[in-house]
Design a protein around this ligand. Structure first.
Ligand SMILES: [Zn+2]
Length: 233
């Protein structure tokens, strides 16, 4: 079985050397740091402005933007940022989870495993991708399984650090399901580690969020054994 590095420490930022901190991938808060005026511009205005600035970045890099292959790139990147990969910044895109009565009186752990997610490291703006495993005990209500998937995708579609993404998913599942009993494990690859910096292509990072019954060692083990029995196939 593969060893997981469970890192739960969300340490405060030290005031000096932001660049080193970025390379260590230390997050500063469980909330995404957004400004109060984050959504004063509408999506179309954001796309126009990002396009302009991305064109400038490409120009400074020396690229010939009159080339057919490059000409549409600034607009394409701007749309992708606003409408796709960072669409989870906008609270309007937060999934509405309809609750259902737990008619079957199912009172065991429910696990939704191997949810593939794609996110972006907020320190380098390159992909973080991997699998999320979410488990909970119903407090009398359940949600459609695809909603758990949507919640994972919503928080993944932000500039992120893996620890924060894990906590945000856990807290949202708690909020939506009115239950304290939530476990979340993320197993992810960081392109900023694999393709640059130390250039380690094999390391993975594991993070976990356990609350309520999941702080019990037996419950935690049951959940982790279930995930690992799938992953070690
Ligand atoms: Zn990074």
């Amino acid at each position: 079985m593969r060893q997981k590095e469970i890192s739960l420490n969300i340490r405060p930022l030290k005031p000096n050397d932001q660049e080193d901190i970025g390379d260590d991938h230390v997050g500063s808060s469980a909330d995404t740091p957004l400004r109060a005026d984050a959504f004063e511009l509408d999506d179309e205005e954001k796309i126009v402005r990002i396009e302009k600035h991305f064109r400038e970045i490409m120009h400074i890099l020396g690229l010939d933007l009159t080339d057919d292959s490059l000409n549409g790139t600034p607009r394409r990147v701007a749309k992708m940022y606003v409408k796709e990969v960072f669409s989870g910044l906008n609270p309007l895109n937060r999934p509405h989870a309809r609750l259902f009565e737990n008619k079957y009186n199912y009172d065991q752990m429910l696990v939704e495993k191997d949810i593939t997610f794609y996110s972006h490291c907020e320190h380098h703006f390159v992909p973080i991708y991997g699998k999320a495993h979410v488990a909970y005990f119903s407090s009398g209500k359940v949600i459609g399984l695809s909603k758990i998937n949507r919640i994972v995708q919503y928080f993944a579609k932000r500039p992120q650090v893996q620890e924060r993404l894990t906590v945000q998913i856990g807290k949202e599942i708690q909020r939506v399901l009115h239950t304290e009993d939530v476990g979340v494990v993320l197993d992810a690859n960081h392109m900023c580690v694999a393709s640059r910096g130390v250039g380690d292509t094999n390391s993975k990072t594991g993070t976990a969020y356990f609350s309520g019954k999941f702080t019990d060692e037996n419950i935690k083990r049951e959940f982790l054994n279930y995930i690992n029995s799938i992953n070690s196939k």
